[in-house]
Ligand binder design. Structure first.
Ligand SMILES: Nc1ncnc2c1ncn2[C@@H]1O[C@H](COP(=O)(O)OP(=O)(O)OP(=O)(O)O)[C@@H](O)[C@H]1O
Ligand SMILES: CC(C)(CO)[C@@H](O)C(=O)[O-]
Ligand code: BAL
Length: 298
């Protein structure tokens, strides 16, 4: 695996590879580093599906609000190298902030739909920062496929919309959330949790599991499900709910408050949570669909 710090060198390496592999595909996994098994699952999938896999590690200042954790965001380049290489990455792109933003960027990619709710409402400007850096990275790497985790489900919906609106020639591949044995979604920010917060953080997973069970109860409506999620989160005394929502997937609209069973089979929803433990904000979600209940749910 090669480690690359400049845009020019990355472009040159990719161009060389494309020349030598005219029929090969390039897979891309953008990250903010401090890599864990969730990231590794994306990298492994890209390595299976493509001839060349590129991982980027860049903590993008543009997507952090002024009072957020940009400065203290966990960083460990040595571990990022090990995890990327072991998972099958060919090129690891680790640019500096000066390399990505040599001067304040006057151009922003603003995705006007889908971003005024969930994390977009709690983190104003966040998705403009994500859209801008992902556009830059797509232009630099020009991947055939890009791999994103469904833990950040709104990000997947927003990026898919951006790719469609701006005709990026890339296929977005959403990937399943990897979890700890107790169900907590792996996240770089889990490292901020103290022992008691970590113990209580399982409440996100348990609330979503409860929501999935209730979703299939006769007569259950989106409003009732949302209220049940809020109530369940109160079981963790240290948890402060930022949002607990039930929206349509992937359009992220508020559904009509009629029983799920009265909705057309195959209607898709997202039950989504953001919960704070002290200064640490965790997110998780579950995608749900009406229709015949999955095995074990009838
Ligand atoms: N548990 C996970 N399972 C699968 N994919 C994940 C998981 N955690 C993160 N990813 C994906 O990895 C990519 C890079 O995410 P990022 O570097 O922000 O990691 P993170 O662990 O989500 O960090 P953060 O704590 O900042 O949310 C994103 O597409 C994200 O959805
Ligand atoms: C996609 C991304 C790498 C853009 O900075 C970031 O939002 C992330 O890690 O999910
Ligand atoms: N994983 C999404 C990136 C962020 O929280 O800024």
């Amino acid at each position: 695996m090669q480690i690359i710090e400049t845009i020019a060198e990355l472009r040159a390496r990719i161009a060389d590879w494309r020349r030598e592999n005219p029929d090969g595909t390039v897979g891309f996994v953008p990250t903010m580093g401090y890599l864990h098994e969730g990231h590794a699952s994306l990298i492994r999938r890209s390595a299976v599906e493509n001839g060349l896999t590129i991982v980027s590690v860049f903590v993008n200042p543009l997507q952090f609000g002024p009072n957020e954790d940009f400065e203290r965001y966990p960083r460990d380049p040595g571990r990022d190298r090990q995890v990327s290489e072991a998972a099958g990455a060919d090129l690891l792109f680790m640019p500096s902030v000066a390399e990505m933003y040599p001067r304040p960027t006057a151009t922003r990619v603003m995705i006007a739909d889908l971003t005024d709710r969930l994390c977009g409402a709690s983190r104003p400007g966040h998705f403009d920062g994500v859209g801008t850096v992902v556009s830059k990275l797509f232009h630099i790497v020009m991947p055939d496929k890009a791999y994103f985790g469904l833990k950040d489900a709104q990000q997947v919906a927003v990026i898919e919309r951006m790719v469609e609106d701006l005709n990026f020639p890339v296929r977005i591949v959403p990937c399943e959330t990897v979890r700890e044995p107790d169900g907590l979604a792996l996240s770089s920010r889990n490292v901020y949790l103290n022992a008691e917060e970590r113990r209580q953080a399982v409440v996100l997973y348990e609330t979503l599991k409860m929501a999935e069970e209730k979703f299939f109860e006769p007569g259950m409506t989106p409003g009732e499900l949302k209220a049940a999620m809020h109530a369940h989160l109160k079981r963790a005394p240290l948890a402060e709910t930022d949002y607990a929502e039930v929206l349509t997937w992937p359009h992220l609209e508020s559904p009509a408050d009629i029983p799920f069973v009265q909705m057309p089979p195959g209607s898709r929803f997202i039950a989504a949570l953001a919960v704070k433990f002290g200064r640490t904000r965790l997110i998780d979600n579950r995608l749900l669909a009406t229709g015949p209940a999955p095995a074990g749910k009838e």
